[in-house]
Write a protein that binds this ligand. Structure first.
Ligand code: GDP
Ligand code: IMO
Ligand code: MG
Length: 423
């Protein structure tokens, strides 16, 4: 069997959690392969809403195995809070969730370092989620990290060495902090973590594949936040692209099956960094209000703009997307006209290729598309789609060269329309 990958094609928050939950019944196993509690994946069903940060979004569908892979960075304290909240709402996940021993731990001082680095950047700050993601991946790459599996071997020494190093950096930055309370809670959470199956996930996952089990890998963040291909340096610190699934799970590129690329019918971004199609007018405010565009983790207002096909085409290329999933089209249900950016004008020259850097000289070139002006939120089949909506889908499929197989018309699990069902 293969691993199908679902990943964001924009700047995150495309609706990955919702669709992973919808697709989970088709799979035996769901995994996360990168990122950490910077993610906030929202699921809605049976009138309830859940936000998952480190736990895969397959956790609610009938006892499927969920795996936190080696490429993830895990904060035991935030993990404990997340798992306990699920338990309180009647979802005991201790039996179905496995955690890779090779996943790196986010230490209390990583969180402090994240804040200190941001403070030191002043107006050039990245606007991180403040969860210690960058410092933890930095330690991983510089070979100073502490891993989940270390809980079973010489943990105290490794922790003390990392903490001492972090404290020296914080001192050099002259950053004031007090981690006494946080550290105590964090150590309590480590004990909590030990009740989960801590596994050699690369062996387990390849074993699943050998046994004919189907696996869905859930990306976090989005392609435009990828450490290599995103809008550097305003990115996260992991490979959010499809290739990250191979290193983040320990599977061969030949094990990748379908690549589901998920995008909003418009575009959002949270935090700093370039965003060519950003709207600063009432249209942007309308999209933000109708789409409830506030961060699932930080509550920050998300910046809103029109769909950017230059960036999307780039994301389709980098990921080898085989199927597209369009989210939140309902947010555009009441627009007479919608716009799509098909090219960038850079110093007077038009290009459809995503440039090395996006700066102030990049101007979006738009086409205008008639809106469908129809409430689509109760639709259940593509047969009900208005003509203008079908025209928008056809336009996107031609621009991106990949079929749109799923359309989401509302946040609920049920508000999901699978297309081309006859195939
Ligand atoms: P993720 O990080 O990619 O999982 O996305 P988030 O959960 O951060 O953000 C997506 C937001 O949009 C959540 O509040 C979802 O409940 C909501 N959502 C998902 N799909 C739809 C949709 O089709 N329409 C609307 N209106 N909201 C949606
Ligand atoms: P999901 O999985 C949207 C953004 C932050 C910041 C940058 C770096 O819910 O789509 P970090 O804390 O990772 O060092 O922050 O990346 N960012 C996200 N934006 N959705 C996310 O996750 C994000 N995770 C990080 O806002 O600009
Ligand atoms: Mg999110």
């Amino acid at each position: 069997m293969k691993v199908d990958v679902l990943l964001g094609l924009q700047w995150g928050d495309e609706g990955k959690g919702k669709i992973v939950d919808v697709l989970t019944p088709r799979y035996d196993v769901v995994t996360r392969f990168q990122g950490g509690p910077n993610a906030g994946h929202t699921l809605e069903f049976n009138g309830e809403k859940y936000v998952l940060r480190s736990i895969p979004s397959g956790i609610f569908q009938g006892g499927k195995v969920n795996v936190i892979g080696n490429g993830v960075v895990l904060d035991p304290l935030l993990f404990k809070q997340e798992a306990e909240a699920l338990a309180a709402s009647g979802h005991d996940i201790t039996k179905q969730l496995y955690i890779s021993k090779k996943a790196h731990l986010i230490l209390p001082t990583h969180r402090i370092l994240d804040a200190a680095y941001e403070a030191s950047k002043g107006s050039g700050k990245i606007g991180t989620t403040g969860k210690g993601i960058g410092p933890t991946y930095t330690d991983k790459i510089s070979r100073n990290g502490v891993r989940v599996g270390d809980l079973l071997h010489n943990f105290s020494e490794k922790y003390a060495a990392a903490k001492a190093r972090h404290e020296a950096i914080l001192k050099s930055l002259n950053y004031q902090y007090d981690i006494t309370a946080l550290e105590k809670e964090w150590f309590d959470a480590l004990e909590y973590l030990k009740q989960f199956k801590l596994i050699d996930s690369e062996h387990v996952i390849n074993g699943f594949l050998k046994d004919g089990k189907s696996i869905l890998a859930e990306g976090a963040q989005g392609t435009m936040l990828d450490i290599d291909f995103g809008s550097y340096p305003f990115v996260t610190s992991s490979n959010t692209i499809c290739a990250g699934c191979c290193t983040g799970l320990g599977i061969s590129p030949r094990s990748i099956g379908d690549v589901y690329g998920i995008f909003k019918a418009y575009c959002t971004r949270v935090g700093s960094g370039p965003f060519p199609t950003e709207l600063f007018d009432e249209t942007g405010d309308k999209i933000g209000a109708l789409g409830h565009e506030f961060g699932a983790v930080t509550g920050r207002k998300r910046r809103c703009g029109w769909i950017d096909l230059v960036a999307l085409r780039y994301a389709v290329m980098i990921n080898g997307v085989t199927q597209l999933i369009m989210m939140k089209s309902d947010v555009l249900d009441s627009f007479d006209t919608i716009k799509a950016c098909v090219a960038y004008k850079i110093n007077g020259e038009e290009t459809t290729e995503f440039p090395f850097e996006i700066n102030d000289s990049v101007e979006p070139v738009y086409v205008e598309i008639p809106g469908w002006n129809t409430d689509m939120t109760k639709m259940t089949s593509e047969d009900e789609f208005p003509e203008e909506f079908n025209a928008y889908l056809t336009f996107l499929e031609e621009e991106l060269g990949v079929p749109v197989k799923i359309v989401s018309v509302g946040p609920d699990r049920e508000q999901t329309i699978i297309r081309y069902t006859e195939e």
